[in-house]
Design a protein around this ligand. Structure first.
Ligand SMILES: *Cc1c(COP(=O)(O)O)cnc(C)c1O
Length: 358
């Protein structure tokens, strides 16, 4: 597969790029080109191509539209101080895409080839990578079942695509703590389900709770495990960490949590700084007790979009807990500064996490 030739059809009508990088929104302006590749049973993946960004035509009977056979990834390209473009651990994203694909019965893609395709696409649309501090080019690879049939079975046809959009700084005014509430009515995933896979269905299942939380003035929900409703899982599209005394705790991966690359990188960084990091079960009761005793000093979320998101307030039923005085804690701040420093080439990269594409 790695020998497949990627054809390139350049746009004849390049779009105007967003003028003001301080006003970039998330996921609304797309670059000039996209990557597409198809799959058919018996034929494998074929016709890898870069074409002008635009609508794709598909049958209204496509399997993904009715039965949700879909997987996706989210990653970013950044500019270093010299204007060169960098990716952060992209091979981890394609490895995870294949793990999601396995769960959703979508044929695997060649990870090295996907990275080659991505590199070619970013190179072609390189002028779309913004340079203002905090901005980046968000990259969205995804796979969908495209068999034109209502049969409720594994699709025989697929599309793999990569689309990209310049995005603004998540925190235009600097890191800001968010307010989160613990969801007690709905659950997002259960072990044995699809919680560890990056698939649209997990998001569809979480929207009701998300909307209810927003109505109460909370930006996201913290999920509890779907069986005992007792153990902390994750927040919206972020993994979570708690600083409890000398220990930094993050829920262990048991199949219902998305294995975040920012989570993994945070664990590696924290350990390299000498912190004791535990991946273990953490009950909501333990969080409440450690807050009451003053041992809970910081809570933060990790994910590609926000990188590190400090949590200033956590609500569980009638119990409202202010964490770290509602301010950003030193560990959250150090992680944020270091991670974004490595991602943008402003700090050395001792782990070899980044790669320049030019
Ligand atoms: C993508 C995602 C994350 C964060 O993963 P990163 O690789 O760090 O971006 C966390 N939870 C969910 C549900 C996600 O979809």
């Amino acid at each position: 597969m790695a020998s497949m030739e990627i054809t390139v059809q350049k746009t004849t009508q390049p779009k105007a790029k967003p003028q003001d990088e301080s006003k970039l929104q998330f996921g609304v302006d797309f670059t000039d080109h996209m990557f597409l590749m198809e799959y058919e049973v018996g034929k494998g993946w074929f016709d890898p191509r870069i074409v002008p960004y635009g609508p794709i035509s598909m049958s209204p009977a496509c399997t993904c539209l009715h039965y949700g056979q879909e997987t996706f990834e989210g990653m970013k390209a950044y500019r270093d101080p010299d204007g060169r473009i960098m990716l952060f651990r992209p091979e981890e994203n394609f490895r995870r895409l294949n793990q999601s694909n396995q769960r959703l019965c979508i044929p695997e893609i060649d990870e090295a080839f996907a990275l080659e395709a991505l590199t070619k696409l970013v190179e072609l649309d390189r002028d779309w990578v913004p340079s203002l501090s905090g901005t980046s080019l968000y990259i969205r690879p995804f796979c969908i079942g495209t068999e034109p049939s209502l049969g409720a079975h594994t699709s025989t046809h697929y599309l793999f695509a990569i689309i990209m959009c310049p995005v603004g700084a998540y925190y235009p005014g600097g890191l800001e703590p968010v307010k989160i509430y613990v969801e007690t009515q709905y659950v997002r995933a259960v072990r044995g389900g699809t919680g560890f896979a990056k698939t649209g269905g997990n998001y569809a299942a979480s929207l009701r709770a998300q909307d209810d939380a927003a109505e109460e003035g909370y930006s996201q929900v913290l999920w509890l495990d779907g069986v005992e409703r007792k153990y902390i899982e994750e927040v919206g599209a972020m993994n979570v960490f708690f600083v409890i005394g000398d220990e930094i705790v993050t829920p262990q991966l048991r199949g219902s949590i998305l294995p975040g690359i920012t989570r993994k990188s945070s664990i590696e960084l924290l350990k390299s700084w000498g912190y004791q990091v535990s991946e273990r079960l953490l009950s909501v009761d333990e969080v409440i007790e450690s807050h009451a005793s003053g041992k809970l000093t910081e809570m933060f979320g990790t994910g590609t979009a926000a990188v590190i998101s400090p949590v200033g307030e956590l609500k569980y039923g009638d119990h409202v807990m202010t964490i770290g005085g509602g301010k950003i804690g030193p560990i959250s701040q150090r992680l944020y500064d270091t991670m974004t420093g490595i991602q943008t080439g402003r700090l050395p990269d001792p782990f070899g996490w980044t790669r320049h594409i030019d």
